[in-house]
Design a protein around this ligand. Structure first.
Ligand code: DX5
Ligand code: ZN
Length: 206
């Protein structure tokens, strides 16, 4: 299991130190939620020693994609609900050497991406309504994770499954069993006394 701490829950007054701490504590990616300006992302990119996983939660996807593509994140994901021309944007992201990905809100069915699944490196399933950290995990996403795993296998696609929102050491085993590859966690990691132990709990390493 790969772990991507969501810096939305980090201490913003101490951002560079927080990023270094999670990187040293064994995370695999640094999950950056983008809702407004890009200055925070630049600061994160400077401090991180692990690849960035940028999750756009904006209306103007192409504008923000062009801001962040030069930072060469591992993944750049955008919400299908906010994009009229997803295939065009996916193509644009890939041509810039970055892994394109689609995000589905909790209410959006997996069938919405049936004809795009071959084109993306990652699908991010939201397990809370987007906006802020510390919300409760929605168990319905376990069923969606299984449905997405089935779709990927049926299409013989190469895409990874990421789940984001309300994740902790208790629901991580169920998500692994359902077929998730990457788990994002904000509150669980940043409110713990030991980032290393919190990350290990999600990786199911004890
Ligand atoms: C929610 C964000 C998440 C969030 C996760 O809109 O996409 O990345 O920060 O935080 P937790 O793990 O606290 O739910
Ligand atoms: Zn996120």
């Amino acid at each position: 299991m790969y772990v991507a701490p969501s810096i939305l829950s980090a201490d913003f007054g101490n951002l560079a130190a927080e990023i270094r701490a999670i990187c040293e504590a064994g995370c695999d990616l640094v999950h950056v939620d983008v809702m407004d300006g890009h200055f925070v992302v630049n600061a994160v990119a400077k401090a991180a020693t692990k690849p960035l996983d940028i999750h756009l939660m904006v209306e103007n996807n192409s504008f923000f994609a062009d801001l962040f593509l030069p930072l060469k994140p591992k993944f750049l994901t955008f919400h299908i609900e906010e994009e009229k021309h997803p295939l065009r944007l996916i193509d644009h992201i890939r041509k810039n050497g970055v892994g394109p990905g689609i995000v589905l809100n909790p209410h959006t069915p997996v069938s919405a991406i049936e004809h795009i699944i071959d084109e993306v490196d990652i699908v991010l399933l939201m397990s809370v309504n987007p906006g802020f950290g510390g919300q409760k995990f929605m168990p319905v996403v376990l069923e969606k994770t299984r449905a997405l795993r089935e779709l990927i296998e049926r299409k013989n696609a190469k895409c990874l499954i990421e789940v984001d929102g309300g994740i902790n050491g208790l629901n991580a085993p169920d998500l692994e069993e359902a077929g998730a590859d990457i788990l994002v966690a904000g509150n669980h990691i940043f409110s713990s006394n030991s980032y290393e132990q919190a990350i290990r709990a999600i990786k199911l390493e004890f």
